[in-house]
Design a protein around this ligand. Structure first.
Ligand code: NAI
Ligand code: MG
Length: 352
């Protein structure tokens, strides 16, 4: 039976990188004899502007039976960001209980970090970001709109299930990697949710006595991402902190355009979703110069998740070989002058 994958290209460069990467993904799956079919859903901001919603009311039901979902990005200059994000990506991550957002950061050979003295492989860590609650919980409200005493309340929500799930995933990853876990919170200032989070890390940690746990406040962690990124291996953080830290990770490893991401339901009850970290990039959309590598590396993670690691490895090898090749085409974000299509075509040719 071929795998059945839902594809939501979304908006802006999301559609560009998703469409251009498909021949690369098809080549890798073909080379490994792994058949797959796709269903494309043209959901996103154009739909919102025409019909008033980013995706259909019963959209989750349409996605439910697929083996996995691939998302480009959402975001449109004419639609408020909270509408695009909440109307599609958050509906899926929350609706499908995709608690675990795993985001690797890796400095590839051939990429120059903006940080001095870092060679390929020196920066190599994975952030486990809580993906369904925390600071992005839909809990709050606004009152007295337009009056002097207008107020807004935005509550962060930490449940035992949501916290334990991400913490356990991070400990498991630490077991498979270097036996080290960095827990990033802000428990000096946020004495309820974040202290609870630290308690859960201590509790779950008792089951993993061999794992060395480091604790950092998020402000110090942000500094250390710049000062000593080579010392990190597995990190665990809340939704907001993980979001911010992984943008720093993308920056220090060369480009936002290289960074992959996953949204995983560890129970396996719902499909998981894969996407590049970046958004729809208003500043370059339509120019055909978006870097497709973050998308290709997200497909690597998708195939790993579906237990087809050979397809993932084929994609990653092509990326590694291309980046290490000084004569290969590259997009402007990593110092070249090639377009999305040329880079993708070169990747495809390396697989064939
Ligand atoms: P962004 O990630 O779209 O862009 C940030 C910067 O990185 C821009 O200078 C952009 O040109 C560059 N960049 C991003 N991806 C690139 C690629 N593949 N190749 C080359 N350069 C790349 O973030 P921004 O500008 O804050 O947000 C734009 C829109 O995207 C907003 O509507 C935002 O809400 C949305 N967004 C959506 C996300 C999602 O769908 N998961 C994630 C982040 C933002
Ligand atoms: Mg982000």
């Amino acid at each position: 039976m071929p795998y059945d994958i839902a594809i939501i290209p979304g908006d802006g460069i999301g559609t560009e990188v998703v469409d251009r990467s498909m021949p690369v993904v098809e080549a890798a799956a073909g080379a490994c004899d792994v058949p797959f079919e796709t269903t494309r859903y043209d959901w996103g901001s154009e739909r919102y502007l025409e019909e008033g919603s980013m995706m259909p009311e019963d959209g989750l039901d349409e996605l439910r039976d697929h083996d996995a979902i691939f998302l480009g990005a959402v975001g449109h200059p004419d639609v408020p960001d909270h509408v695009t994000l909440r109307g599609l990506r958050l509906r899926i991550t929350k609706g499908f209980q995709q608690h675990v957002c795993k985001r690797p950061t890796y400095l590839f050979e051939g990429i120059t970090s903006p940080l001095r003295d870092h060679e390929a492989g020196d920066i190599d860590f994975v952030v486990y970001r809580q993906n369904t609650e925390g600071e992005y919980a839909d809990v709050g409200g606004r009152e007295h709109r337009g009056h002097d005493h207008e107020l807004a309340v935005q509550s962060a929500v930490f449940t035992r299930h949501g916290t334990e799930t991400i913490v356990r995933a991070a400990f498991e990853a630490a077991t498979e990697r270097e036996g080290k876990l960095t827990n990033v919170t802000k428990s000096n200032a946020q004495a309820y949710g974040m202290v609870f989070w630290d308690d859960v890390v201590d509790e779950v940690g008792e089951e993993y006595p061999e794992i060395e746990v480091e604790r950092l406040l998020v402000d110090a962690a942000s500094m250390d991402f710049v000062r000593r990124p080579d010392e990190f291996d597995v990190l665990v953080a809340s939704n907001l902190f993980g979001d911010i830290l992984t943008d720093i990770g993308a920056g220090i490893s060369g480009s936002m355009g290289l960074a992959p991401s996953t949204n995983i339901d560890p129970s396996g009850e719902h499909p998981s979703m894969f996407e590049p970290v970046h958004g729809s990039a208003f500043d370059i959309m339509g120019e055909g110069i978006a870097n497709p590598i973050g998308t290709v590396l997200s497909w690597e993670l998708l195939w790993e998740h579906l237990d087809e690691p050979a397809v993932g490895r084929a994609l990653r090898s092509a990326v590694e070989a291309q980046l290490a090749d000084a004569d290969a085409p590259r997009t402007p974000d990593i110092g070249g002058d090639a377009g999305t299509e040329e880079v993708a075509e070169d990747l495809r040719a390396r697989i064939d």
